[in-house]
Design a protein around this ligand. Structure first.
Ligand code: GLV
Ligand code: MN
Ligand code: MN
Length: 461
């Protein structure tokens, strides 16, 4: 079982740092000109009409380059699983963006990628970024919007001739979604010491490939993985921009929001074991069918979540022997549950397990429940959050609400070690973890501008 710790306070401000990767001089454009004009939002999913940034590597150019990688031609969803070919292509893209800007490229011991402006050894660095991997048939924005916006925000700061007083880094955390090995945020958990090397070595995908084997096959050294406190000690603040995975901003009419807290959440594996038998010849009364108790448990999860004002989902299932004409011997279902507070979450999961045990007993089925991962409530650093609100509050055209979320993020993991904050960009449908996930061009541009403002406020004089 994997568990993270609570948050800690902010850090003091550092000294001046040179910017070796400051790149060619570019004309400064007034801030307001970089905002999109009003009117009908333009979809970024299919066409990338006009580059918003003048410098090479504009938001639109980057988006266009990333768009085909790992995209399934039939579903339109993304399959960028950790350490696979599609993930490798995304990593190559990140490296190319880093080098084209004259930033210093680094891969840390856990396979996370870093692009540095200035010398990390100076300390008190400001870090931004997100992830490039996806859930099965995920959307284009969850993760990549944060990484692309980070590079675009750096371009924007160079347009402004910003004077950096602290090192700045853009990071791509590995395996945020946990789609392949079942555990989310592996790269940041390892770095923060919230996943031990032994636990990481035991992670295995659906084909029996272990995490070390997968890393090695992708050209990374699994022998190096482990906690990285020295790296974290050099970071003064981490700010992750992310597409909102809900409709709070759409309902409030705001383009950009600040994260307040992440709901406590976890994954539980339910193994229902019955008896395999012939689907045509076994009398109903003679069956020990685990599918029945599983089906009843799915309904119980819905009921318990509704009672507690929480959410509970069985989104993944494995059946053995998985034959259309055989009663299953095993039904393995994974429960993902999240709630605003720990008491509600405990009530939901406890209620689902109690019901599942009753249903299993009624059908002569054995049940094992294993908590595979758990993340307690995350309260983002209040001082950093207030600083973001102060910086963004300077823009009279922008109101920036503070939002809670039920989605997990690397920022939530890192909040146990360093001051972290998040910016959310409006998602007009709220849909996420689906090919239909979306953010309008104007809102993405507002997100880049807000991130640039925040980074300027935190890292520049
Ligand atoms: C990650 O996106 C999660 O919340 O599961
Ligand atoms: Mn996600
Ligand atoms: Mn994400």
């Amino acid at each position: 079982m994997i568990q993270e710790q609570g948050g800690r306070g902010n850090r003091p401000v550092g000294d001046e740092v040179s910017s070796p990767g400051a790149g060619p001089a570019v004309p400064t454009r007034p801030h307001s000109q970089l905002r999109s004009s009003g009117g009908t939002p333009i979809a970024l999913r299919n066409d990338c009409p006009q580059p918003v940034r003048g410098q090479g590597g504009s938001f639109h150019e980057m988006w266009r380059e990333l768009r085909p990688i790992g995209r399934h031609p039939d579903t339109g969803g993304y399959r960028r699983f950790a350490w696979t070919g599609a993930d490798g292509e995304c990593r190559e893209w990140f490296k190319a963006q880093t080098e084209s800007r004259g930033l210093t490229y680094e891969v840390d011991r856990n396979g996370n990628q870093w692009a540095w402006l200035g010398d990390p050894a100076q300390g008190d660095a400001v870090v931004t970024g997100s992830h490039l991997d996806s859930v099965p048939d995920g959307g284009a924005f969850d993760g990549p919007l944060g990484v692309v916006s980070s590079f675009a925000a750096l371009d924007e700061l160079r347009h402004r001739n910003a004077r950096f007083t602290k090192p700045l880094a853009i990071v791509n955390f590995g395996d945020e979604e946990g789609a392949r090995f079942g555990l989310a945020c592996v790269g940041s958990r390892l770095t923060a010491g919230q996943l031990t090397v032994e636990q990481a070595h035991r992670l295995t995908d659906g084909d029996g490939v272990t995490l070390p084997q997968a890393m090695e096959a992708a050209g990374y050294d699994p022998g190096a993985i482990g906690p990285d406190p020295e790296r974290l000690a050099r970071i003064g603040a981490f700010v992750e921009l992310h597409v909102e995975q809900g409709r709070a901003l759409d309902l409030s009419g705001d383009r950009v929001g600040i994260a307040g807290a992440i709901w406590p959440h976890g994954r539980w594996r339910f193994d229902f074991r019955g008896e395999a038998n012939h689907a045509g010849t076994t009398r109903l009364v003679d069956r020990r069918d685990p599918m029945l108790s599983y089906a009843e448990t799915v309904l119980a999860a819905r009921r318990e979540a509704q009672l507690a004002g929480a959410v509970a989902t069985f989104g993944k299932i494995a059946v053995e022997p998985n034959g259309v004409n055989a009663i299953p011997s095993l039904v393995r279902g994974w429960l993902d549950s999240r709630a605003a507070d720990q008491t509600s979450l405990d009530a939901v999961v406890g209620g689902v397990e109690k019901a599942a045990r009753e249903y299993a007993a009624a059908h002569g089925v054995d049940l094992d429940v294993v908590r595979e991962s758990f993340t307690p409530v995350v309260e983002f650093d209040h001082a950093l959050r207030d600083e973001l609100a102060r910086i963004l509050g300077k823009d009279p055209d922008l109101t920036v609400p503070v939002l809670g979320t039920g989605a997990g993020h690397d920022a939530g993991i890192l909040s146990g070690s360093i001051p972290t904050a998040m910016l959310f960009v409006r998602n007009p449908t709220g849909v996420s973890h689906s090919p239909a996930e979306f953010a309008a061009e104007d809102d993405c541009v507002a997100g880049v501008t807000a991130l640039a403002d925040v980074l300027e406020g935190l890292a520049c004089s």
